[in-house]
Design a protein around this ligand. Structure first.
Ligand code: SF4
Ligand code: SF4
Length: 454
């Protein structure tokens, strides 16, 4: 092989052919970052890792120690075959997923879960899994995503959400393709009883009908728009989750952001570049979309909102998640908080979580700073926090606070999950989205889909 690259770091990866763990170099070449993977049996393989070297190198500046949590397995075969969590895993559960059914009312050609048939989980079993989750996180869990298959086809979905609400879980999301939400208004009305720390995580792939045909097997644009209309009618907050496939909908990022930020009720967007597991068979890893590639497209397609540096690595998982929080300015336009505060200065104060909990930040963190625990300059901190959220926020009732946050903040995140092509050990061991299994294990989402899904 030509030495036309800079050897940046070493890691381990997976050979996509024999699934063995293999030594790997992370190299910089042609202004991109690649993995050079060495399999004794299948030789040298080159895979695209990041499309933007500068962004990749900046990840370290946002890195911080993981949050400990209980483990369920022992180190035996080595990562990624000891899930989990095993003692080697370096991050707690920021987002827990419970797949309440494997059934689905769609049949996406790209389904990572290979959903279709299967028996739904009993509510009692789900309750046991939730208790396990909360206990494993030391008595309180961050975000729960009720997922599937399609969770809204579970005959007891309302009971499941009620059960989850009774547990010590900070925030609950219902992951859905939106079909039932669009077609069954009575169901949406029932969901509205959960408002407040509850939202719908709605699969939304853009405005091009052919994108839906490619990703979902049929045109669903009108269904998605109807689902949004119904959720808005009952004031249920929405996060759009967009699967991005190069050449199919990566040109619609700007339009999706414009739609999201201008539609009341939509609180955020999560972009997910396609990952090669599950049913997706058209494999194009050499020209894939990466985390930094998506960020670049966001900056290019929404230049009025974003500039370089606004979307930053999420401290709990710098390798695979990037985020920006936006707040409404005096002129009622969303502005990324990176324009108002130097996020890097406050890394010790940022918890390892996705959740934006302004109330807690103001209350707990201000106390920490005043008592000297936070270790940063308190005057600046208070001034900066006031730049984001008005001081009057603390005087609002809980209901008003939720409404204020819903109407005045917007979150854009990019999550790049791991497959056997772009696998690197650090990304794997820091992954903070975990599947809670009926056997009471916590398995990192990517590892589950690569190796452990039955
Ligand atoms: S992915 Fe995490 S839990 Fe699974 S084997 Fe590796 S370190 Fe352990
Ligand atoms: S991706 Fe979601 S909506 Fe599509 S088949 Fe799978 S579970 Fe159903």
């Amino acid at each position: 092989m030509d030495r036309n690259y800079i050897y940046h770091e070493s890691t381990t990866s997976i050979c996509p052919k024999c699934l063995k763990v293999i030594p790997t170099k992370i190299v910089i070449k042609d202004e991109k970052v690649f993995l050079h993977k060495f399999c004794k049996e299948h030789g040298l393989q080159e895979e695209l890792f990041e499309e933007n070297v500068e962004y990749h190198l900046s990840k370290r500046e946002f890195d911080k120690p993981g949050t400990p949590c209980k483990t369920q397995t022992i180190t035996e075969k080595g990562c990624p075959f000891d899930c989990g969590l095993c003692p080697q895993h370096d991050q707690h559960t920021c987002i827990a997923l419970i797949e309440v059914t494997n059934k689905c009312n769609l049949g996406c050609p790209t389904c990572y879960a290979n959903s279709g048939k299967g028996e739904p989980l009993a509510v009692a079993k789900i309750s046991e899994m939730l208790d396990f989750l909360v206990d494993s996180e030391g008595g309180e869990s961050e975000i729960l995503q009720i997922s599937g298959g399609e969770p809204t086809v579970h005959p007891e979905i309302i009971e499941i959400i009620k059960t989850a609400r009774e547990k010590k879980i900070k925030y609950i999301m219902l992951n859905t393709n939106g079909i039932r939400i669009a077609e069954d208004e009575e169901f949406v009305k029932e969901l509205s009883q959960f408002k407040g720390k509850f939202e719908v995580y709605l699969q939304f792939d853009g405005f091009d009908k052919s994108t839906y045909t490619h990703l979902r097997g049929r045109d669903l644009l009108e269904t998605k728009l109807k689902a949004i209309e119904n959720l808005r009618k009952y004031e249920i907050p929405i996060t759009l989750v967009t699967t991005l496939d190069k050449g199919y909908n990566d040109d619609q990022i700007g339009k999706i952001i414009e739609f999201g930020t201008e539609t009341k009720g939509i609180r955020g967007i999560n972009f997910q570049p396609v990952t090669y597991f599950g049913r997706l068979r058209e494999i194009n890893t050499k020209n894939r979309l990466t985390l930094s590639g998506v960020i670049k497209k966001i900056e290019e397609q929404a230049p009025d909102l974003f500039q370089k540096g606004d979307i930053i690595p999420l401290p709990c998982n710098v390798e695979r998640v990037a985020v920006t929080y936006m707040v409404k300015s005096d002129k009622k336009k969303f502005v990324p908080i990176t324009r108002k505060i130097k996020v890097k200065s406050y890394l010790p104060l940022i918890d390892n979580t996705f959740a934006f909990d302004a109330d807690r930040i103001l209350k707990e963190k201000s106390n920490e700073v005043f008592s000297g625990i936070g270790g940063c300059n308190c005057t600046n901190f208070i001034k900066d926090v006031k730049n984001i959220i008005p001081a009057s926020f603390l005087l609002k009732s809980q209901e008003e606070k939720i409404k204020y946050i819903d109407e005045n903040t917007f979150r854009i995140s990019v999550t790049s999950f791991i497959d056997v092509y772009n696998f690197d050990m650090k990304s794997m061991q820091k992954e903070c989205v975990h599947i809670i299994t009926p056997e009471l294990k916590k398995i990192p989402f990517s590892a589950y889909n690569m190796f452990h899904r039955k």
